[in-house]
Write a new protein. Sequence first.
Length: 502
Amino acid sequence: MITKLQNQSFIEGIKQRITPRINLNSNSKESEVFHKKKKFSLEEKSRIVIEGQSSKMAIDQICAREGITPYIFYQWTHDFLTNNKLESKNKIPVLKELNQEDKFKIVIEGKSGISSIAEICRREGITQEIFLKWSQEFLDVRNSESQNFSLKNPVYQKNIELINITSNSENTVKYFENYIDLSTKRTLVVLRSDSLRLDRINEVGNIISLQKINDIRYINKYFEKINSKLENGGVFIGFLETFSTRRERKIINKIPIINNLYFGFEFLFKRIFPKISFTKKLYFDITKGSDRLLSKAEGLGRLVSCGFSIMDYKSIDGMLYFVVKKVKEPTFDTEPSYGPLYKMPRIGKNGKVIGVYKFRTMHPYSEYIQDYVLNAHGYAKSGKPANDFRIPVWGKFMRRFWLDELPQLYNVLKNDLKLVGVRPVSQRYFQDIPKEMQKLRLTQKPGCIPPYVALNREANVMSVLQSEKEYLEEKIKNPYTTDIKYFLNAIFNIIFLHKRSA
């Protein structure tokens, strides 16, 4: 259900993001010449913007047909997005329904990658299905000329032919068309990671990869290569097979007991072996990197580490398709964290960044998509990211009984942590808490056992922050006895009151 139309600050945010692109393409003299040739009504401008942004016809061809420059087109797009007739300077109106133009503004924001689809859906209070429905309505606002153009365009036909080699699903093509223009030479479709078509190009606007990511030997190197071939803001679409969909696809999954033995061995060989140094070579010698087990979190995390921003992802015919946008150069992480022991950067005393050790409870590369998960779902009552798909079942079990935090005893020996203290948190979480708490936190070392456990409080955000505030204030007043008191209380609550981690 649609709950709110965005306020003035949101519209201004879009304006700020679009304006640099307009300035980069601006040519004032040329613009004046074209403006003198023909006057366009507001309705005509809106029609042209919708036609270009719907990816049914290349923007440069629309500009040639209408006798305008790309600068003018982007200026009209800017005007279309910022012309919010329903906005109010004093309050955000609550609307039961949005008109077509307002829906199209939301769709264009998602298609352009200004915000991820998950962020938009959470903000607007809608489902992904509703967003995609609006996208389809957006694509349907076509005149016959542009429809015939796409169908007759040889570039479009060639791209559809290539896509149909690996997927005969009409849903796949529709999904692609929600984000990119298949009728332009600026869109490159490649069947394999070693494609010569990819090697021969210098820079394009969009790339569709039709080889399953699980079958690519050097995944990050391939993503880095895609990044190097895309212009800034270019869109990359690909797909992978996740754990759950793979298990559903296998016939052996229907055989009790045997299925657990089979998938247990498969997980050990195809998931654990590639991540351990002394078994990694054996694994790749046997498999050549083909049919690797990947999680959704690892796939998306690898993409973000390689300079992409997540726009959307969707399950189609048992495969997870992703749409990402190039936003920067890859990080080129030469030593990614794969193993069971993970070193996390956390804020310590006086703002010093310390490395806190934990047993891994998340899928590899999960750290790269923390911002995405928070933007898409926000925080849960526990103060941790809500709907966090980065944590498997066994990871939740380890967290519940604090087993993942045992390596932090090494941090205690290093004098980075204390046994009792506020939780060591990430920079992202630290910047989200009140300024007063930030100042108090920086006066003390973080600890292994958090105050809310000692005080037997709930693990929601407000309760945890209040517990930490009480602890820090008491610690300042009684620096020598506070930690002993909290430690004894925590042990009692864990043993006798069965206090568990969030």
